[in-house]
Design a protein around this ligand. Sequence first.
Ligand SMILES: [Zn+2]
Length: 216
Amino acid sequence: MTPGGRRSKSVAVIGCGGLGCNVLVHLAGAGIGKLYLCDFDVIAESNLDRQFLYKQADVGALKCERAAAFLHDYAPDVKTVTVDKKVTADTDLTFASSCAAVVLAVDNNEARRAAQAFCAGTGIPLVNGGVRSGFGTAYLYLPGESPCLSCAGLLETENTPERVNSATVGVIGALCAEITVAVLSGDRSAAGNLYIYDDFEIKKLKIRPERTCSCR
Ligand SMILES: [Zn+2]
């Protein structure tokens, strides 16, 4: 897909923390036309080491709003829509209905389950990133085509955001953006592969659907 083709596409990014900062910058740099920035949280001093869209003066402000302000300066052609919502099982995610992909950049499984259910119902590709300390994963779920996040073992343990390494967040955020741009361009080859970053290496693990899961 040409950069011009990407201009017609929208992507929803759920979570504007460490992972989300990286995903957003790379999607904006790739020329995605419209980005939905979903986060309910405010910027804390402890975020500043890895959430590089924010600076000291932003402490206390909403992440989605300051991220949108950063992107406005960084990539003025990219439209942004801020969504000040905490994603839980009850959250209305229809703001993402027109998106070509949803990227999960969160640290909790309740949001992952809710986004996965939304994508399963709409058929929208879902890219999930997760980081724990110096270890991270990226995974593309294509509803009806590839095993879900549960089959990939991604809903078993919660992330611990206070222990994540800034550089590891960068690796996984960039990889999630790369997978998203590929799927928007018609390259769906990442689907069903769990990309695991560990010990300075990215390994690829082919995921088989669980027999007891209804995702396929
Ligand atoms: Zn499944």
